[in-house]
Design a binder for this molecule. Structure first.
Ligand code: 13P
Ligand code: SF4
Length: 299
């Protein structure tokens, strides 16, 4: 199936919008109506008029779109496109920590399940985590599931940020080591290094810029050559936006779950309206409150 055929099919299917994350395959980026980071996609999801959203990303992103649009049809082209980090925090562990640290405010990374979101005070993404935590009254924060992002916000805010679980991580980002960073610096001496805050603390500390994927796009204009320490498709995205700049992946880090979305599967989604994302009403209502609190604190 060619891209042209999918585009035609999409035109035929009125009332459908395709949202895609920055890590999606280049051909998916080409058929998407909107591409962005987790924060941009969740905000975009609140503005959509179309009846159907085809979400090219992983489970928690499509769930967030559904929570924000309970009356719309939200489809994910592959049900198995699941972020492994999102399942690293269980409701049981969260409940246990909430009891133990009853004075703490609970900030959860958007990369988590809807059930956990329903127990949070506020949701954040890597783009707004530190500014949201700065705005909260409490100096004690329960933060999950990413312990590396917890490290980043602890350093930036000076607050007591307790990671739940202590070992929560993204397998793609922790595969990027300091050795990869050093090798890239030697190979490209004129390049600056940008890293995602899901990277290990020692990698964050040696990078010139630590940023969400959306912030990487905004800040790349400040220099002509960059080593990019995140999922490999980010280089494609940056090169599309800045064709005259140079971007080098520090490592060939691939999120296999993001890559489960293919053009063929998007076509099937459009034709057969599969696979529908559903979130139980009571969970959705409570999770929505925590997501809306994020929007409130982001503005
Ligand atoms: P961004 O919000 O920076 O796009 O990150 C999402 C993600 O899953 C990174 O691995
Ligand atoms: Fe999850 Fe990591 Fe993939 Fe992002 S890159 S979706 S955090 S596994």
């Amino acid at each position: 199936m060619s891209l042209r055929e999918v585009r035609k099919l999409k035109e035929k299917e009125e009332g459908v919008v395709i949202l895609a994350h920055n890590y999606q395959r280049p051909e998916i980026q080409r058929i998407a109506d909107f591409i962005g980071d987790s924060l941009e996609l969740s905000m975009k999801a609140t503005e959509i008029e179309a009846e159907t959203i085809v979400f090219c990303g992983v489970d928690f992103m499509a769930e967030t779109a559904k929570i924000l649009n309970p009356d719309k049809e939200v489809l994910i082209p592959d049900r198995n496109a699941r972020c492994p980090m999102a399942s690293m925090l269980s409701v049981d562990l969260l409940t246990e920590y909430k009891k133990k640290y009853s004075e703490a405010e609970v900030v959860l990374y958007v990369n988590t399940t809807a059930e956990c979101k329903a127990l949070a005070d506020v949701i954040c993404t890597s783009a707004n985590a530190h500014s949201i935590i700065e705005k909260l009254e409490s100096d004690v924060i329960l933060f999950g599931p990413d312990a590396n992002l917890a490290h980043y916000v602890r350093k930036r805010t000076g607050k007591k940020v307790i990671p739940i679980p202590e070992w929560g991580h993204c397998p793609v980002h922790v595969s990027i080591g300091v050795d990869d960073l050093k090798r890239a610096r030697n190979k490209y001496p004129n390049a600056r290094v940008m890293a995602h805050p899901e990277c290990l603390p020692e990698v964050q500390e040696k990078a010139d810029l630590v940023a969400s994927t959306g912030q990487m796009i905004k800040k790349a204009c400040s220099h002509n050559e960059w080593v990019v320490l995140t999922e490999r498709e980010m280089c494609h995205r940056l090169k599309t936006i800045y064709p005259n700049k140079k971007f080098y992946p520090g490592k060939d880090a691939v999120c296999v779950n993001m890559k489960k979305i293919t053009v063929e599967k998007v076509k099937k989604s459009l034709e057969s309206h599969v696979h529908e994302v559903n979130v139980p009403k009571d969970i959705s209502k409570r999770a929505r409150r925590a997501i809306e609190k994020m929007f409130e604190l982001t503005l």
